[in-house]
Design a protein around this ligand. Structure first.
Ligand SMILES: *[C@@H]1O[C@H](CO)[C@@H](O)[C@H](O)[C@H]1NC(C)=O
Ligand SMILES: *[C@@H]1O[C@H](CO)[C@@H](O)[C@H](O)[C@H]1NC(C)=O
Ligand SMILES: *[C@@H]1O[C@H](CO)[C@@H](O)[C@H](O)[C@H]1NC(C)=O
Ligand SMILES: *[C@@H]1O[C@H](CO)[C@@H](O)[C@H](O)[C@H]1NC(C)=O
Ligand SMILES: *[C@@H]1O[C@H](CO)[C@@H](O)[C@H](O)[C@H]1NC(C)=O
Ligand SMILES: *[C@@H]1O[C@H](CO)[C@@H](O)[C@H](O)[C@H]1NC(C)=O
Length: 493
């Protein structure tokens, strides 16, 4: 803390800047008039100061190579510098949690769900079973990059990727962000559907986790502001407000208040919820896998104008999906329906991918919640999504999708569809060139919504995981700067 008033040393008031400047100028003048030739000296000095400024504003590596003596130390420093540039937003520390919060859950995979084992779904580090049946639908050399990935497997996928990430640090002191590899979605999955369990069961792991983390020194330092977690289900599964309702109350627990949550569906009004793409079946191994796939979907002949994939038999009569289904069936020469009833689309069927590869557009109504995995299945196949709710994508995945919705997607107000507007009519009004431009935008963004297979990510292309981590680090860094500024102001007061 600075003293409230200056001690009365030389002057009763501290001098302001103009005072100081005039004092400096006066002494230079006095010096020059005493030593007339010193103008030359001063000019050289000024030139040197100028050069120093220029050099400082140049990129670091440049000044390094040209102005440091070529010793081994500087080479090491240069390498360090380069590594730090890769992690321009900072580094992440991954907590080594007790096994009950992650490993024990995935090991007991046959118990994660009351009806059937989830072992296959979370196998291969969360990517799932290899998609053997896919040859013929995708280029042969890309078939090994396809898996039957479960839509709720992100907790395991993120955990594996973050352990291998180049911006991971083992030193918490140097971390900008702290990751909690807790499989909250897997933990609650077992207890969601059965009356045999109570709200205590659904909250048990979450409560233990928060108890654990609140004892950690780096938690206490920030009240959780620089901590984040991946929750592999939709936000509403963790927002139970009454004991008898659905889901766990994890997000509503007081200690969660400042923790950033990555989710496959966010609550758009909660700053701490961040929507990240659902995992799809494509897990590229290299940059070149991505580029080859982009070329493949770009050059497909698309015979169908639009398609609709969903559970057809379950659709309730008044459900909006039922209406789309009816339109699609009525327009069978331009629309194709894929029946996803009974888990058919997520388990060992390439029908859905084939349909999207063959369609110009795909219909993406809301399902049980606002989002669906199908949005990303559709775009990965280079098909243009048609939305009926803003919350299905525009308010969800802002870090991963183009800012201008009309540049890559079509929005049709659901009320107009209910009123009898023909979807086919709307889509047919787009010119070939407009369709081509939208598809090009979708293809451009494919890297941002696939999860790469290697733990360390792709060579140069940033995938969905990289985008998510960069975004979190950037957010924390900005928050810390703001806090530092506030702290400085407080100190000055
Ligand atoms: C610099 O490193 C090289 C090998 O990396 C070594 O041969 C050389 O002796 C080192 N020079 C100094 C001055 O340390
Ligand atoms: C619920 O408990 C009953 C009786 O213990 C048992 O028969 C039943 O299988 C349980 N249901 C589930 C879904 O675990
Ligand atoms: C969340 O952070 C704020 C400061 O930004 C702090 O006052 C508050 O106590 C924190 N909440 C919890 C539950 O840690
Ligand atoms: C589908 O076609 C039937 C028969 O032509 C018609 O009665 C119905 O209104 C159509 N439904 C839609 C949603 O277009
Ligand atoms: C998925 O398909 C595999 C092989 O066809 C089968 O063994 C497995 O039981 C299926 N799983 C589910 C959840 O239907
Ligand atoms: C639906 O149709 C009715 C009657 O044709 C019209 O009055 C209404 O404005 C329409 N609503 C929308 C949202 O298009």
């Amino acid at each position: 803390m600075l003293p409230k008033s200056d001690p009365p040393l030389l002057k009763p008031k501290s001098p302001d800047h103009s005072d100081r400047k005039s004092i400096t100028l006066y002494s230079i003048q006095a010096f020059v008039s005493a030593h007339p030739r010193s103008w030359l000296l001063l000019s050289i000095l000024a030139l040197q100061i100028f050069l120093l400024f220029v050099i400082h504003s140049l990129p670091v590596s440049f000044s390094f190579r040209h102005f440091s003596p070529p010793s081994n130390l500087s080479v090491q420093e240069e390498a360090k510098e380069e590594r730090e540039n890769v992690c321009e937003y900072g580094r992440v520390y991954v907590y080594d949690l007790p096994a009950m919060f992650n490993r024990e859950l995935s090991e007991k995979c046959e118990e994660l769900n009351p009806w059937h084992s989830r072992c296959e779904a979370i196998s291969n580090d969360g990517l799932g079973r290899k998609a053997n049946g896919i040859i013929g639908v995708v280029p042969e050399n890309l078939a090994p990059a396809w898996y039957w990935t479960d839509q709720f497997a992100s907790e395991i996928i993120f955990h594996n990727r973050i352990l291998g990430h180049r911006c991971r640090t083992l030193d918490p002191e140097s971390a900008t962000a702290f990751y909690l590899p807790f499989y909250a979605g897997l933990a609650v999955g077992k207890y969601l559907w059965s009356d045999n369990y109570t709200h205590h069961d659904r909250d048990f792991h979450s409560e233990m986790l928060l108890k654990w983390v609140q004892d950690q020194p780096y938690w206490k330092r920030s009240n959780g502001w620089d901590h984040f977690i991946m929750l592999g289900r939709i936000s509403w599964d963790f927002r139970r407000s009454k004991d008898e309702d659905w889901g766990s109350s994890f997000i509503y627990m007081p200690a969660m208040k400042n923790i950033t949550r990555l989710l496959i569906e966010r609550n758009p009004w909660d700053y701490f919820d961040i929507g990240v793409p659902y995992p799809t079946g494509f897990h590229p191994r290299t940059d070149s896998d991505v580029i080859q796939w982009q070329n493949y979907v770009r050059t497909r002949t698309r015979k169908t104008l639009f398609s609709f994939a969903g559970a057809t038999r379950g659709a309730i009569k008044n459900d909006f999906r039922g209406l789309l289904l009816e339109q699609c069936r009525n327009e069978s020469d331009s629309c194709r329906v894929v029946d996803c009833g009974g888990n058919r689309c997520s388990n060992g069927s390439s029908a859905i991918l084939e349909t999207f590869l063959d369609s110009e557009f795909c219909l993406q109504p809301r399902g049980d919640s606002f989002t669906r995995r199908s949005i990303f299945d559709c775009m990965v196949a280079g098909s243009i999504p048609v939305f009926f709710w803003h919350r299905t994508a525009y308010y969800q995945y802002e870090w991963f999708l183009p800012g201008e919705p009309g540049s890559y997607s079509v929005f049709i107000d659901r009320k107009e569809v209910i009123n009898g507007t023909s979807i086919r009519g709307v889509l047919e009004r787009y010119s070939r060139e407009e369709v081509r431009r939208m598809r090009e935008k979708v293809i451009d963004y494919i890297p941002k919504f696939v999860y790469a297979e290697p733990k360390e990510g792709l060579e140069t292309i940033k995938d969905a995981f990289d985008v998510a981590l960069d975004g979190v680090l950037r957010r924390f860094r900005e928050h810390r700067k703001m806090e530092d500024r506030k702290g400085n102001i407080r100190k000055l007061k």
